[in-house]
Design a protein around this ligand. Structure first.
Ligand SMILES: [Fe+2]
Length: 247
């Protein structure tokens, strides 16, 4: 079983198209999305139309921005730009796309192959997991061998061996990581639509359950087009500026 793993698309259709172009000839049976389909960007319907029509088994969960854009939360905890964009999205969603967001599962969701999917952490979709001590707390929330998460927009892999020794490593560029069946893993594929590791390229991953590998990818997309769409829509300019720097 191979799964395409994406997260934090944030209404960035140029980025999503670049990702799909990169995996066009690759074989995968599952598409996993760890939430935040929308928010920040100006193309929520385009992104949702593509994600809803994806081939293969779809394992999708919602993110915090999806929750607000779907009208299920007022966005109180958001900063000004994030809230502005979430409310703008709420007003611009097509009816089918709004229903799709409203019906998205709240993580954690467990796949048939034993993966646990969550947006922030298995206990809280708004939780940011950045470091090893926090990763240890997250490992204790479940017994799953592999937990996939998003929300931080940073590609990273934490590994814990049988003795509870834990090691985290930020993922820089493209790489394939061989997983040890004796270890447990907490993996973030990074963000498709709004990377924040100072690399503006879209980040995503491919998980291979048979080979026990996770491959991280980075792809260049037309940042200027996405920025133009954001500015044209009247969304806060900071949302466009950040894309050029990957922050
Ligand atoms: Fe996000």
């Amino acid at each position: 079983m191979r799964a395409l793993v994406v997260s934090d698309l944030h209404s960035n259709i140029e980025a999503l198209r670049a990702v799909m172009n990169r995996v066009r000839r690759k074989k995968y049976e599952q598409v996993i999305c760890l939430g935040d389909f929308v928010g920040y960007g100006a193309q929520p319907n385009q992104v949702l139309d593509v994600m809803r029509r994806m081939h293969g088994t779809k394992l999708y969960i919602r993110g915090n921005h999806d929750r607000v854009a779907a009208g299920m939360d007022s966005g109180e905890g958001f900063n000004h730009a994030a809230k502005f964009a979430a409310l703008w999205t709420r007003d611009h969603l097509s009816a089918p796309n709004r229903h799709f967001l409203q019906r998205l599962a709240l993580g954690p969701v467990e796949s048939k192959t034993g993966l646990v999917l969550c947006h922030g952490s298995p206990n809280d979709e708004d939780e940011y997991v950045f470091n090893e001590s926090h990763a240890r707390v997250v490992f204790d929330m479940t017994t799953a061998p592999i937990i996939l998460y998003g929300h931080t927009h940073l590609p990273v892999i934490f590994a814990m061996d049988r003795h509870g020794r834990l090691r985290g490593a930020s993922v820089r560029g493209e790489t394939t990581v061989r997983l040890d069946r004796e270890h447990r893993y907490l993996i973030n594929p990074g963000s498709v639509g709004q990377p924040r590791d100072r690399n503006p390229q879209s980040s995503f991953a491919m998980f291979d359950a048979k080979k026990m590998t996770v491959q991280f990818f980075r792809v260049t997309y037309d940042v200027a087009r996405t920025q133009t769409a954001i500015l044209k829509a009247g969304l806060p300019p900071i949302l466009a500026h950040r894309l050029a720097h990957g922050t």
